[in-house]
Design a protein. Structure first.
Length: 524
């Protein structure tokens, strides 16, 4: 998963105006009884937000690198739910970054979720959308302003955003952890957090006017990879009923590693920080561990642990063993950032290393004669191979099963990034429809950035939000007044364009996909 998992960390230095978290000074309404006790949310413009609802006990002390434990009740006191939670320990992004949280706090006690609802009673049974944030399984938070759920709540859903353990604290596999586990598995604690949150939603969301029998998991980047993995995890079956994946699938070159390899990596990490035992690791400061692990992609991420994940996702899909739910999947047209270090020589070497016998064909499709041309060719080809192609494989394998609706898109709109605003004080490059650019549109949250949005941007955001909510409601994005979105079928060479034009278009990268099909399907 190496380079795609690095994308969001690279993009996370983008600047935007932060959205203030709700405070206790706002009018408080909506006392709700949930597991653990009663909570009181805060209402703004007809939507009540319940922030920092615990779905598991704090994973600290002896609970570090353990399965999510039950919530500890707080008695008869009404717990304020007017603040978004701290982010889980990680290497932080810049304070003014695009993916920086609105809450400037970090804590190992971070297993919380947030709910936005406009329901007036528990009998309403509105569709539920559960947002899993991106960040390469290394960074991220449910408190990022772009992930605010109020706009979609006004459109009729109950919106839930989830924190889950990250990096070394979320995905450390280690021989001692495996030995102490009753399931003889270790490493997927962040994924198990997501499953625990979905279990909590099933048991509690009706109290917020949500329908526990109509839950859509929606995620971007690592969040979309998580959805992909949840569809093959035996522990997640029945916990959700639809899925929306935005650029992230553990397919092709992004396949999950086996437990033994991850254990070896974990033991090497322990040695690097001077920990002679699991007890030493549990005694170390969480932020120290996160800093030591850094943001080197590919080290701490979901693995095939033999219990929560029994085989790589692609293998399960090829055997048609996935959990069958309607899916809406897609990617953006310019996912991969321009790498200034690429030269013509390194570009040729990268193709040979990654694609072997197919390197020549791929170079012919994306040729270069100079270093500058090589940088752009590398950007275009890596966007296809690491972002668009895994989503294509996911959709194609799902379409072969043919038992649930499937919709595939390509986001092509270039957001109007002001000069110098994306890469902080640097000049803004031509990023195109970059990794994560679709989020604010789909969640109807353009207002979190003071960029010069046009009528085209606002109309696209309204259209995408309507598609996403319709899909969560019925499993079909189509609805009155919207351009018709045809379902994706096996062998189909058409996808839905979401950009200046909204409508079906031929897949522009079919030639590359066919070369990659030969390469990856011939691989063991």
């Amino acid at each position: 998963m190496v380079r795609l998992l690095a994308l969001l960390a690279a993009f996370a230095i983008a600047a935007c105006a932060p959205l203030a978290a709700p405070t206790a000074s706002a009018p408080q309404v909506g006392i709700v009884a949930i597991e653990g006790g009663k909570v009181r949310g805060v209402e703004t413009a007809g939507v009540t937000m319940f922030g920092s609802l615990p779905y598991a006990a704090a994973p600290v002390g002896t609970l570090r690198w353990k399965l999510p434990a039950p919530v500890i009740p707080w008695g008869d006191v009404i717990r304020p739910a007017d603040r978004l939670p701290p982010e889980c320990p990680q290497v932080p992004v810049a304070p003014n970054a695009l993916f920086a949280p609105a809450v400037n706090e970090r804590s190992e006690d971070c297993l919380y979720l947030n709910i936005w609802t406009a329901a007036q009673g528990t009998e309403e049974r509105r569709p539920v959308m559960v947002w899993l944030h991106g960040g390469g399984f290394m960074q991220g938070s449910s408190a990022v302003p772009m992930y605010d759920g109020a706009a979609l709540a006004r459109r009729g859903v109950v919106f839930v955003s989830v924190n889950y353990r990250l990096g070394v604290l979320g995905f450390l596999a280690h021989p001692e952890l495996t030995a102490e586990s009753p399931h003889k598995a270790s490493g997927n604690y962040g994924l198990l957090d997501q499953i625990a949150a979905l279990e909590w939603v099933r048991r509690n969301v009706a109290q917020f006017g949500g329908d526990p029998d109509n839950v859509t998991v929606i995620g971007q980047s690592a969040g979309s990879m998580s959805l992909n993995l949840l569809t093959v995890s035996p522990l997640a079956r029945g916990l959700f009923h639809r899925g929306i994946g935005e650029t992230g699938a553990t397919m092709a070159l992004l396949s999950s590693r086996p437990l033994a390899q991850a254990e070896a990596n974990g033991a090497a990490f322990a040695q690097s920080v001077g920990a002679k035992s699991l007890a030493d690791l549990r005694a170390m400061d969480a932020d120290t561990l996160a800093k030591a692990a850094g943001v080197i992609p590919g080290t701490f991420e979901p693995i095939v642990d033999g219990w929560s994940l029994t085989a790589p996702a692609e293998q399960v899909y090829r055997a048609r063993g996935q959990y069958q739910v309607p899916l809406l999947l897609g990617s953006n047209s310019d996912e991969n950032p321009l790498d200034a270090g690429v030269t013509l020589e390194s570009y040729r070497g990268m193709l040979a290393q990654m694609f072997g016998e197919e390197a020549g064909e791929l170079f012919a499709l994306y040729p270069a004669t100079t270093d500058q041309e090589a940088r752009e060719a590398s950007r275009r080809l890596m966007t296809i191979a690491m972002a668009q192609y895994p989503m294509h494989v996911w959709a194609t394998l799902q379409a072969k099963a043919g038992s649930t609706p499937l919709y595939l898109y390509r986001f092509t709109r270039r957001p109007p990034v002001p000069a110098g605003r994306y890469l902080e004080q640097q000049a803004t490059p031509d990023l195109g429809a970059w990794h994560g650019a679709e989020i604010a549109y789909a969640l109807d949250n353009l207002s979190v950035r003071d960029w010069p949005w046009t009528a085209t941007d606002r109309q696209l955001s309204s259209t995408m939000a309507a598609y996403w909510v319709n899909f969560a409601r019925t499993g079909n994005p189509n609805g009155p007044g919207l351009p018709e979105w045809p379902a994706f079928a096996n062998g189909d060479d058409s996808i839905m364009q979401l950009g200046e034009t909204v409508g079906p278009m031929p897949e522009p990268n079919g030639a590359v996909f066919r070369v990659l099909d030969r390469h990856y399907r011939a691989a063991p």
